[in-house]
Design a protein around this ligand. Structure first.
Ligand SMILES: CC(C)=CCC/C(C)=C/COP(=O)(O)OP(=O)(O)O
Ligand SMILES: C=C(C)CCOP(=O)(O)OP(=O)(O)O
Ligand SMILES: [Mg+2]
Ligand SMILES: [Mg+2]
Length: 295
């Protein structure tokens, strides 16, 4: 398998699915629709939608039921990035190689278009009821997503993250922040693919653990790139963490130790996936590739 080519094909396919669910830019609320689409069409790796499809296929899913969830997940993720960049939070001017949404449309529209994407995600997920007789699987997926993005997941983690800007942090709290602000959405993505395809409780637990490790590795790599990359490659400003006086994994243990931790977490995730009776070779390669990602 040529991994790069396969990844490109899957990214393009995710891109196509996402575009089907974007709001129309018309009517009195046209500006907000434009702001929503501005960030949604700015690129991005589309990692979470790809993880949904790959995990869906890992458990035997073959049809389009996962597609509204792929689009919805990218909307939730993009909402989180628009808000993460706002002046009240990380105050960053570039994202996905473009000026941030609030820089182009103003702060009020940044707040509103972010919330509107979050709301649209739920409208899109509800449309999945039209694609299956098995309503329980759709409900189960939506329950996971609501839970993992709220106070017990992404929002909880993000709130503790911003609350602690400029304060010393212990490992335990940093782990809480990373597991929630970043891993929770990766967990929700992979678990969504799994429940939609009918995975068992036991399989779902393994997927959740693997995704937690992937998410931690992903966030630590993000910390590393914040100090080792360049804006042109990353598409967002470097040294954002230092600007906000954030304790990160890199500031706590240094970049080389952080890189070893990324490798350990990624290896552990692949081992966990190996415990399943099923295999998706591309998914394993994707997880392994995140260790050396440069953007
Ligand atoms: C509800 C909200 C707003 C959630 C944001 C979650 C999140 C993982 C943001 C990015 O983290 P970061 O600031 O460490 O990364 P980046 O370098 O991409 O800004
Ligand atoms: C969790 C973090 C570090 C936020 C950025 O996520 P991605 O690195 O997946 O951002 P895009 O590719 O979607 O822009
Ligand atoms: Mg942040
Ligand atoms: Mg940020």
């Amino acid at each position: 398998m040529n991994f790069k080519e396969e990844l490109k094909r899957r990214t393009e396919e995710a891109e196509h699915v996402i575009r089907e669910y974007l709001p129309e830019e018309s009517g009195f609320a046209k500006t907000m629709a434009e702001a929503m689409n501005y960030s949604m069409t700015a690129g991005g790796k589309r990692l979470r939608p790809i993880l949904i499809r790959e995990t869906y296929e890992l458990f035997g899913g073959k049809d389009k039921l996962c597609e509204p969830f792929m689009a919805a997940m990218e909307m939730i993720h993009t909402h989180s990035l628009i808000h993460d960049d706002l002046p009240a939070l990380d105050n960053d001017d570039y994202r996905r190689g473009r000026l941030t949404t609030h820089k182009v449309y103003g702060e009020a529209m940044g707040v509103l278009s972010g919330v509107a994407l979050l709301n649209r995600a739920y409208e899109v997920m509800l449309s999945a009821f039209d694609l299956t007789e098995d309503k329980d699987r759709v409900i189960a997926a939506m329950r996971i997503i609501a839970d993992k993005t709220g106070i017990n997941g992404m929002l909880g983690g993000q709130s503790v993250d911003v609350e602690n800007d400029g304060k010393p942090l212990e490992h335990k709290m940093l782990d809480y922040i990373y597991k929630n602000k970043t891993s929770a959405l990766i967990e929700a993505s992979m678990m969504t693919g799994a429940v939609l395809a009918g995975a068992s409780e036991k399989e779902l637990e393994i997927v959740e653990q693997a995704a937690e490790n992937i998410g931690l590795a992903f966030q630590i790599q993000d910390d590393i790139l914040d100090v080792t990359s360049i804006q042109e490659e990353l598409g967002k400003p470097i040294h954002s963490d230092e600007k906000n006086n954030k304790v990160t994994y890199v500031s706590l243990v240094g970049a080389p130790a952080a890189a070893s931790r990324v490798k350990e977490l990624s290896d552990h995730a692949v081992e966990l996936l190996d415990d399943l009776d099923r295999k998706n070779g591309f998914l394993d390669l994707l997880v392994e590739s995140l260790v050396s990602r440069r953007k």
